[in-house]
Design a protein around this ligand. Structure first.
Ligand SMILES: NC(=O)c1ccc[n+]([C@@H]2O[C@H](COP(=O)([O-])OP(=O)(O)OC[C@H]3O[C@@H](n4cnc5c(N)ncnc54)[C@H](O)[C@@H]3O)[C@@H](O)[C@H]2O)c1
Length: 438
């Protein structure tokens, strides 16, 4: 089959590359000319494990090409996937301008009947809006909703071996259904992965999934605050609760608050969409409010630790990406933490295996970034762990102890709690656990 994918970000590039890897011909389109130039040189502009190799392999085979020319790209394709950004507007709604602009262009330049597949996360009703927008096109255009569930850091595996493929097709759009069945056939060999529904259900499903996951995190973060007060340990509570198969253990980790390009914006957009219909989604709204409040929990605790005076303190941060396995810093807890520390007059020294370039772009000289994690802790008054990259899992604590000015560790991901750091001379604090001091 021949496909085009518009938008070569975390979703579009993975989608295009993975479809090409199944043997289909894919043209990836982006309006960002510098991104396309880099991709044409097989240079992947984002960090996603395995993507560089897969892009190179498929581009060299000729199955995967890159262009800024949407008009040329849409010629002869069976399906056009939209994977552009839908960032939040000031009132929490999803900004759909890029989705609409691309749909209009596709309709204008289609050379034959076309199926437009929307992969961007969009509020319920968008599919119908896009369908109306392309109604006057010269050729028949059927619009499908196919929300994406990949997670950064494991995107290729998620795409190639999906738990489910949600496809929203309007009744009577048989051509669209047939083509979607075909394009996903290589990822659906057991014929059980595709969940067919109407477009409205598909749109709601995406937001419901992200909000449900975010809700679990916010709930655990609230419980963490209680645990600290009452002598409980949120890690034990997580084990105890998560062992119940009706609950399950995933997304129950207390931490510095959820971040990333999806959860924060999608929870807010779901609330905003419901409000347009006069419906108050109170759980979703509280999920967001808890998260916003919790973002400063660790730094407020750090401030209390230093007698409410942080000015002049040198704080090391390990982990800047919103989670391990990506260079994405969108809505990363590290951003609010850095802002808080800088406002308090701290000197911030950061390290991250992949995300330092993005943090440099955002903070310029405001934050010192070092290539070696141990250089960050040199003369530091405290070390904060914000992203649980594998290389931070079991560091050389004796080296850290010797390098730090004061041996204070704030572990925002609760990964070092079992190492008895107090016995090694550290003052140690996690999230929702009892502080330890040596
Ligand atoms: N990142 C994720 O983990 C993830 C997961 C599931 C769903 N989603 C959703 O998928 C969508 C894309 O997310 P992303 O993280 O890949 O975004 P991104 O910001 O990484 O990439 C979007 C790309 O679209 C391009 N673009 C914007 N307008 C364009 C236009 N008019 N023509 C051509 N290209 C255009 C941008 O230049 C950019 O390269 C969003 O709706 C997001 O919510 C994201």
């Amino acid at each position: 089959m021949k496909l085009c994918v518009i938008g070569t970000g975390y979703v579009g590039l993975v989608t295009g590359t993975c479809f090409a890897a199944t043997g289909q011909r894919v043209v990836c389109v982006d309006k960002d000319a510098s991104k396309i130039e880099r991709l044409q040189r097989y240079e992947v502009p984002i960090y996603e494990p395995g993507l560089q190799e897969l892009v190179e392999e498929n581009a060299k085979s000729g199955r995967l090409t890159f262009t800024t020319d949407l008009q040329a790209a849409v010629r002869d394709v069976d399906l056009a996937f939209i994977a552009v950004g839908t960032p939040p507007t000031h009132d929490g709604e999803a900004d759909l301008s890029a989705v609409f602009a691309v749909a209009e262009e596709l309709a204008k330049h289609a050379t034959h009947d076309l199926v437009i597949v929307n992969k961007s996360t969009v509020p319920v009703g968008t599919n119908a809006q896009v369908q109306r927008l392309v109604a006057d096109a010269e050729h028949d255009i059927q619009v499908v909703s196919n929300p994406e569930f990949l997670k950064e850091g494991g995107a290729i595996g998620d795409f190639m071996y999906p738990d489910r493929i949600v496809i929203g097709v309007r009744a009577g759009h048989d051509r669209a259904r047939r083509l979607m069945d075909k394009v996903y056939h290589p990822l659906n060999l057991s014929c059980t992965k595709i969940v067919w529904m109407n477009p409205e259900s598909a749109e709601v499903t995406k937001y419901a999934a992200n909000t449900m996951l975010a809700m679990r995190i916010s709930f655990m973060n609230e419980l963490a605050v209680l645990c600290e007060e009452v002598g409980a340990d949120v890690q034990s509570v997580r084990h105890g609760v998560g062992s119940d198969p009706r609950i399950g253990s995933q997304f129950l980790h207390a931490g510095p608050g959820y971040g990333g390009s999806c959860f924060p914006k999608d929870v807010k957009a779901l609330v905003a969409t419901a409000r347009r219909y006069g419906i108050e989604l109170e759980l979703a709204d509280a999920t967001n409010r808890v998260n916003v409040r919790h973002r400063s929990f660790l730094v407020r605790k750090l401030k209390r630790h230093f007698g409410n005076e942080l000015s002049g303190k040198r704080i090391a941060i390990w982990g800047l990406a919103f989670k391990p396995g990506t260079d994405d810093i969108r809505e990363s807890p590290s951003i609010t933490t850095i802002e808080f520390l800088l406002n308090e007059g701290c000197e911030v020294v950061g390290h991250d295996p992949e995300a330092m370039e993005n943090i440099r772009e955002m903070f310029g000289d405001g934050v010192t970034l070092v290539d070696d994690a141990y250089d960050a802790v040199r003369d530091a008054d405290a070390l904060m762990l914000l992203t649980e990259w594998r290389e931070y899992q079991y560091p050389e604590f004796d080296r850290i102890r010797d390098l730090m000015r004061t041996r204070v560790i704030f572990d925002g991901r609760n990964i070092w709690g079992t190492y008895n750091l107090a016995a090694q001379g550290f003052e140690y604090a996690g999230v929702g656990t009892q502080d330890e001091s040596g």
